[in-house]
Design a protein around this ligand. Structure first.
Ligand code: UGA
Length: 452
């Protein structure tokens, strides 16, 4: 099929490259000429594993090209996928770019004779597609639904694994306004991707996206609430508690004695809380939207509250281990919001650093790839230094705080902590180290969800 994609950010470009890789002919549209030029040269403007290699292939075999010319893209394709950004402002998302894209596509559809389907892929609050997008398209095209098609088709791409997630989807959700547009979208995926297709209406599709992320975020905060209770009691390890819970066959199937550990159990683990460009924004947007509808979502509000209290809890734990923070040298190991990315948006590490600086700590921060992005988030401060090797962060430190579970960090030997630090104390925000082993090396260890 011929498909145009509006917006070449992380969702738009990954979708475009993967659809082209599967054999569709894709035109990517962006307003920024330098981004378009870069894509046409086979240089990915964002980093995602495997993306650039595949981009080169699809540009070379002419299955993908980029342009700033929206009219050319819409006129020469059967489906336009809107994948523009929805920035988070105040307590909700800004739908301006989605509305603008719908308006511009509608203006072009006015003069297009053939049937054309508009597909919303950007994460938008429920009712956006069947109210705002539909109304905008009808106004600017002068046509009514049926003359064109409209669907909502959310993405479920994890940062760092987006290409794999797109190529091997667990489900394809198609929220169509009508049968004809459903069939068109189904043809994009049916013979190319092996996954169940769920047919729903657009607002259900939008809700599925928000509910997926809310469920995962709830598991993280639920685990951290169990961690807090365990810490208060003492000598209970919440990591073991949640492991015990996860082994329930209804969570971890055990056919013929062979344990299958589902990925979701990764979220049933105590830690420094969730971050990134999706969980905090999506849960907060759903709360704000729900309140506007007249319902106060109590669980989701607690999910955010528990997550926000993690930083404070870590600081209290650290203070009691090293008797105060002022003028203490603290190694921060990990700046990215999760491993294998340089993204620091809403990173728990950045939040913790801000609080520790306020308390007068002297911070030496290490991350294998996120330092440049972290510097942009953190104002210049004489009490913060960035180092390119973890050894330099640990040197003469009073404590080390683990904030991202990078392989390079979880492979640090206890002897190195012992040798390099002034006062070998680890506050483990990711629960990557073994308590007994740490203590047997003479290291003071505090983990989220464990207190002596
Ligand atoms: C998330 C979802 O997992 C994707 O399914 C979804 O498509 C995507 O958002 C999106 O909306 O676009 P992502 O933000 O890349 O993907 O990251 P995750 O790997 O799910 O991690 C989110 C946060 O939860 C990270 O800060 C991570 O460190 C944290 N987390 C994860 C924990 O604190 N504990 C865990 O056990 C697991």
């Amino acid at each position: 099929m011929n498909i145009s994609i509006i917006g070449t950010g992380y969702v738009g470009l990954v979708s475009g490259v993967c659809l082209a890789y599967k054999g569709h002919r894709v035109i990517c549209v962006d307003k920024i000429q330098s981004i378009v030029d870069s894509i046409n040269k086979g240089i990915a403007p964002i980093y995602e594993a495997h993306l650039e290699r595949m981009l080169i292939d699809v540009v070379n075999n002419n299955n993908l090209k980029a342009t700033t010319d929206l009219e050319h893209a819409v006129m020469n394709t059967q489906i336009s996928i809107i994948a523009v950004g929805t920035p988070f402002i105040g307590d909700s998302i800004d739908l301006k770019y989605v509305e603008d894209a719908a308006y511009d596509i509608g203006t072009i559809l006015k003069n297009k004779k053939d049937y054309h389907v508009v597909c919303v892929k950007s994460t938008v609050i429920p009712t956006t597609t069947d109210t705002l997008v539909l109304k905008t398209l009808q106004q600017s095209s002068g046509k009514t639904l049926g003359d064109f098609g409209l669907v909502m088709n959310p993405e479920f791409l994890k940062e760092g694994e987006a290409v794999e997630d797109f190529l091997n989807p667990d489900r394809i959700v198609i929220g169509a306004m009508d049968e004809k547009s459903f069939e068109m979208l189904k043809n994009v995926y049916k013979d190319y991707f092996d996954a169940p297709i769920l047919k729903v209406n657009p607002r259900t599709a939008e809700m599925i996206k928000y509910t997926s992320n809310s469920l995962l975020a709830t598991l993280v905060s639920f685990s951290n609430e169990i961690a807090a209770i365990s810490e208060e009691v003492g000598n209970i390890d919440a990591l073991k508690v949640l492991e015990g819970v996860s082994l329930d066959r209804r969570i971890t199937p055990n056919p013929e004695g062979k344990i299958i550990k589902p990925d979701i159990t990764k979220y049933l683990k105590p830690g420094r809380g969730f971050g990134g460009s999706c969980f905090p924004k999506d849960v907060k947007s759903l709360i704000a939207f729900s309140e506007k509808q007249g319902y106060t979502p109590q669980i989701l509000k607690s999910v955010i509250e528990v997550n926000e209290s993690q930083t404070r809890r870590m600081i209290i734990a650290l203070k009691s281990e090293i008797s105060g923070i002022k003028d203490k040298t603290i190694a921060i190991l990990g700046l990215a919001f999760k491993a294998n990315t340089d993204d620091v948006r809403e990173s728990p590490s950045i939040k913790l650093i801000g609080e520790l600086l306020k308390e007068g700590g002297k911070l030496i921060c290490y991350d294998p790839i996120a330092i440049e992005n972290a510097k942009k988030e953190l104002a210049n401060n004489i009490n913060i230094k960035f180092v390119d090797r973890y050894e330099k962060a640990l040197e003469r430190a009073d404590a080390a705080i683990i904030m991202t579970d990078w392989d390079v960090i979880l492979n640090i030997a206890f002897d190195e902590f012992k040798k390099l630090m002034k006062n070998p104390t680890i506050v483990d925000g990711c629960r990557i180290f073994d308590i007994t082993k740490a203590e047997s090396h003479g290291i003071r260890y505090v983990g989220i969800g464990y207190r002596e």
